[in-house]
Ligand binder design. Structure first.
Ligand code: G6P
Length: 471
């Protein structure tokens, strides 16, 4: 019995180097989170290796290398990358699920490509799997895949997890292909969401669009029961919690402590994305500096932005606005000894990142919408004998578990400014109390627990369906 994790992106990507390739870890919480999970079954991955290659010899070279690690690549052409990944996945579904209707583009060629690429994944899976295997599909890029697989292999065990918000029916109904997407998902035995709200919105959409009724968390289709549940994804807690005990991270911490010895440090870490509320956060920080001149020269905001989807129009435009806003704030407030916003437009290594988490007095995690947000969890987990304060958007899935953060409405920039002030004033004991309450939750709800819970419930539904069909 094998487990196949199917995601748009593999946990490693092939990077062209001269006339060959090197292989490095992919960015992103999903790949990192799922890669670290321990499971008793033999684990395989199927996904895109992060590069468009149309040369057969190079494809073979990449495949051979990846298959030594049980990673099976799906190759996309430049056109598919544009229409399926940048197009339907990230210009249609992503903005709609994040309530950015104004960024939602509906184009026939995007939809056609999305169907074709989902079918490509389906072909590859059918080549790889046996009937008793388990296929766990991840995320919005592959919403048609459970249904496609179910048609080809009716007895296959199929699970699906939706890592981004599922929007309310009023929004979801806008999509011309709403019924096809929902039918696609209903091909799974078990469907997971990060929060109860996302799950309820999904049930509502299925009931109203497909006219399939749910009895609490289960729906009876023609052939099977489909179950849904809310299972918030966690992190590899031990990895973050023990990071400062490793010599490499500790030496980074010491360097950073010297660098920021005269300043309070605010930290934010995001992929470049309009859903992350980066401009609102900057506005909140500027308002804070205006209202509390006593903090000018004494607080630095380190803003780490990881480049992402930068060929999609709405992302490229955002980058320009962020550059301008940071330029304006720094131009207005900097002096020879102090720059208010330290801006990094690149990813950080694990050592650098965890050292920043450790040293930062405050983490500002203020997305306008976010399925979960693992940065908030990583920050809290990293704090050992050195607390800090998490300012967290109530629009992030993580807000359900992290009730001891200072929670704010990220659309209200005055509230962000007030939250920064409150965080900086918070006594050490109060910080420590809040961090330890949140750590108590995160140390139990780890990524492994999340995967184990998913598998357990999925197996339950499969057993129930087998029992009902008399197998
Ligand atoms: C974020 C989301 C994930 C999604 C990923 C895709 O991390 O939370 O749900 O799968 O982005 O990122 P990519 O760089 O592959 O577009």
């Amino acid at each position: 019995m094998k487990l196949y994790i199917v995601a748009n992106r593999l946990p490693v990507k092939a990077v062209p180097r001269q006339d060959s390739y090197t292989f490095v870890r992919s960015e992103g919480g999903l790949a990192t989170g799922l890669d670290s999970l321990q499971i008793s079954m033999e684990k395989h991955w199927i996904g895109w290796p992060g590069v468009c290659v149309d040369n057969a010899r190079q494809q073979i070279e990449i495949r051979q290398h990846l298959e030594t690690m049980d990673f099976h690549p799906i190759f996309l052409s430049e056109e598919q990358y544009h229409d399926y990944y940048e197009g339907y996945s990230n210009s249609t579904i992503w903005p709609l699920c994040h309530y950015f209707f104004s960024h939602t583009t509906v184009r026939k060629e995007y939809w056609e490509s999305y169907q074709k690429v989902n079918a490509l994944f389906c072909d590859e899976i059918c080549k790889q799997v046996g009937s008793g295997d388990w296929v766990w599909i991840q995320d919005y890029q592959l919403m048609l895949l459970p249904g496609m697989l179910r048609k080809r292999m009716p007895n296959l065990h199929i699970g699906y997890f939706h890592h981004i918000p599922f929007p309310s029916y009023e929004l979801f109904r806008i999509l011309p292909e709403r019924a096809e997407l929902l039918n696609g998902l209903m091909g799974a035995d078990f469907i997971g969401f990060h929060t109860h709200d996302y799950m309820r919105y999904f049930i509502n959409a299925v009931e109203r669009v497909l006219h399939i009724k749910f009895d609490l968390d289960e729906a009876q289709t023609d052939s099977r029961i489909v179950r849904v549940n809310a299972l918030p994804m966690g992190i590899n807690y031990e990895l973050y919690n023990h990071s400062s005990a490793t010599p490499k991270v500790w030496s980074e911490i010491e360097k950073k402590r010297i660098l920021f010895r005269n300043h309070k440090l605010l930290l934010s870490v995001d992929r470049l994305d309009y859903s992350k509320g980066i401009l609102h956060r900057l506005q909140g920080f500027e308002t804070f500096l205006e209202r509390h001149p006593e903090y000018q020269g004494k607080v630095t905001l380190a803003m780490v932005i990881v480049p992402s989807r930068d060929h999609v129009e709405s992302y490229a435009g955002l980058k320009t606005k962020i550059d301008e806003t940071i330029g304006r704030i720094n131009g207005r407030y900097s002096d020879i000894n102090w720059t208010p916003v330290c801006y990094f437009y690149h990813g950080f290594s694990f050592e650098e990142l965890t050292a920043m988490y450790f040293v930062a007095d405050v983490a500002l995690v203020t997305p306008l919408r976010d399925g979960m947000n693992l940065v908030a969890k990583e920050y809290v987990a990293t704090k050992v004998n050195n607390p800090g304060v998490l300012v967290l958007s109530e629009m992030a899935g993580a807000a359900v578990e992290l009730a001891d953060a200072i929670q704010i409405n990220p659309n209200d920039t005055d509230q962000i400014a007030d939250a920064i002030f409150t965080a900086l004033q918070m006594p050490y004991e109060e910080q420590a109390k809040r961090i330890s309450k949140m750590q108590a939750i995160l140390s139990v709800q780890t990524v492994n627990k999340w995967a184990a819970d998913f598998m357990e419930e999925w197996k339950n539904v499969v057993d129930k369906n087998q029992y009902l069909s008399g197998k």
